[in-house]
Design a protein around this ligand. Structure first.
Ligand SMILES: Nc1ncnc2c1ncn2[C@@H]1O[C@H](COP(=O)(O)OP(=O)(O)OP(=O)(O)O)[C@@H](O)[C@H]1O
Ligand SMILES: [Mg+2]
Length: 460
């Protein structure tokens, strides 16, 4: 997919040059705007997105070099090419030192300009490709697994456990809030296991009507009930030799909980209406958003099945407890959507990323994924900016409030979040002065230094 540098802004005080470049580039299929001064160029760049700025080095008022500096600060993704009059090579070289892509000496032939733009395009394409490769590397560096990326210690630990347990047939119970990646984890376990070449069969226990679920899971024989006009293989049998992913296991009706337990213990299933059982070799991976232990307490879930499933519990932390996963996830989603949707977004602005890291993500990774896709599709420049983020993200800088709203009841976790936030605020207020900050916080200087280290506060 070529990185098209289609939108070109020409800034030159000479009308001839403006007319010439406008005509030549339009003929080549570029969208061209022309302006006569640096000020007008800045205004145009603020109003709409351009890929390339072709600017004269010397213009009345603000010089091309000053324009270059400003464009680099405000629109870092715009490729700047300077045009210089004969004998002005020094300034042109200075421009390149300051970050211009190239320069072109006047008078020039039209071909020279189009060739230069093609070269710049090639460089941009390489940059995007590089971005994708870096992403693959990130996965290696941060220990991503399967289709998952993460760098938090919590997820690292999960990846480690997955690698360790994948080869055994042990039943696994994955717990985590909605959108934390339970299904991806289940697939990763399967893919890392010796069963990888066999079927991975996902079943959403909450989505199949109760009266059909038994025959869906275990199959039935012809005539078992009114609609059973033929034998039917169940999902357990489909997964024979492979893995069966029982999603939303907490929704499984009690009578089926009994049957599932028997199937797990005896490694045998019985189709509805069948008198004999048949042996199966299936690894069961279950997942739930519910607190199954509490369901057991409340008598909604069978204790024996709970213990049978929970041999190896995997609890995926919510995204708000591993915000350091946000940057690699964002980069991952940008690169993936660029490929999937044919977009050419190069990144995210630091301010926008900061907001994403301040948000509490009640919908976890899925919500982040949707937010990025939305911002990319609607973006008018090649970078996701603050304006592309939904209002709830832009307005929720207050982590304390979000933590309290999230329904978190752990005093320990909540206190830590509040403590970290107060320290950040105090440091901000005192311009990073730790002695003064410790006074405002009413803790000792030593305690503050310790906590700064503990919370990894670096950006004061
Ligand atoms: N670590 C990750 N790296 C990349 N993508 C992820 C990661 N975690 C989750 N996702 C993406 O987020 C979305 C939600 O993940 P998944 O469906 O596995 O979550 P879930 O816990 O099963 O959610 P639910 O409880 O709502 O079914 C998916 O599109 C998935 O690809
Ligand atoms: Mg799921």
């Amino acid at each position: 997919m070529p990185a098209a540098l289609k939108r070109v802004l020409v800034a030159d005080d000479e009308e001839n040059i403006r007319l010439l470049l406008g005509a030549v580039l339009r003929k080549e299929g570029y969208q061209v705007s022309v302006v006569g001064s640096a000020q007008e160029a800045l205004r145009a760049l603020a109003e709409q997105s351009f890929d390339v700025l072709l600017s004269d080095i010397r213009m009345p008022g603000c010089s091309g070099l000053e324009l270059l500096d400003q464009v680099q600060a405000k629109h870092p993704n715009v490729v700047v090419v300077m045009m210089s009059a004969f004998g002005n090579v020094d300034t042109a070289l200075e421009a390149m030192k300051r970050g211009a892509y190239d320069y072109i000496a006047k008078p020039f032939k039209p071909d020279e300009v189009t060739l230069l733009l093609k070269k710049a395009e090639e460089r941009e394409r390489l940059k995007l490709e590089n971005q994708r490769l870096r992403l693959d590397l990130e996965k290696v560096k941060y220990g991503g697994l399967g289709k998952m990326v993460a760098r938090s210690a919590g997820m690292e630990e999960i990846f480690k456990t997955i690698r360790k347990i994948a080869e055994y047939k042990t039943t696994i119970l994955i717990q985590g809030e909605s959108g934390t990646g339970k299904e991806l984890v289940a697939r990763a376990i399967h893919e890392q296991s010796p069963r990888a070449n066999q079927a991975f069969v996902p079943v959403n226990c909450g989505a199949i009507p109760e009266n059909l679920l038994e025959s869906e899971l275990f199959g039935h024989v012809k005539g078992a009930f009114t609609d059973a006009s033929r034998d039917k293989k169940g999902l357990f049998a489909e997964a024979d030799g492979g893995s069966l992913f029982l999603d939303e296991i907490g929704e499984l009706p009690v009578n089926l909980q009994v049957k599932l337990l028997r199937a797990l213990q005896e490694e045998e299933i019985r189709r509805v209406g069948d008198t004999r059982g048949s042996r199966i070799d299936v690894r069961v991976i279950a997942a739930t958003v519910r607190d199954l232990a509490a369901d057991v307490q409340a008598g909604r879930f069978r204790e024996d099945l709970y213990y049978r499933l929970n041999v190896l519990p995997l609890v995926i932390p919510p995204l708000r407890e591993r915000l350091e996963d946000v940057p690699p996830l964002v980069e991952h989603f940008i690169a993936r959507n660029n490929t999937r949707l044919g977009l050419e977004i190069k990144g995210i602005s630091p301010e926008a990323l900061k907001l994403l890291m301040d948000f509490s993500w009640p919908g976890n990774v899925r919500e982040l994924e949707n937010t990025i896709e939305h911002a990319m599709v609607l973006s008018e420049s090649d970078e996701i900016g603050v304006e592309g983020l939904p209002a709830k993200v832009r307005e929720s800088k207050d982590r304390i409030r979000m933590t309290l709203l999230s329904g978190e009841l752990s005093i320990k976790k909540t206190t830590r979040i509040i403590e970290e936030e107060l320290i950040r605020r105090a440091l901000k207020q005192t311009g990073g002065n730790r002695t003064n900050a410790s006074k405002i916080l009413e803790i000792s200087h030593r305690a503050l230094l310790y906590k700064i280290k503990e919370y990894g506060i670096t950006d004061l």
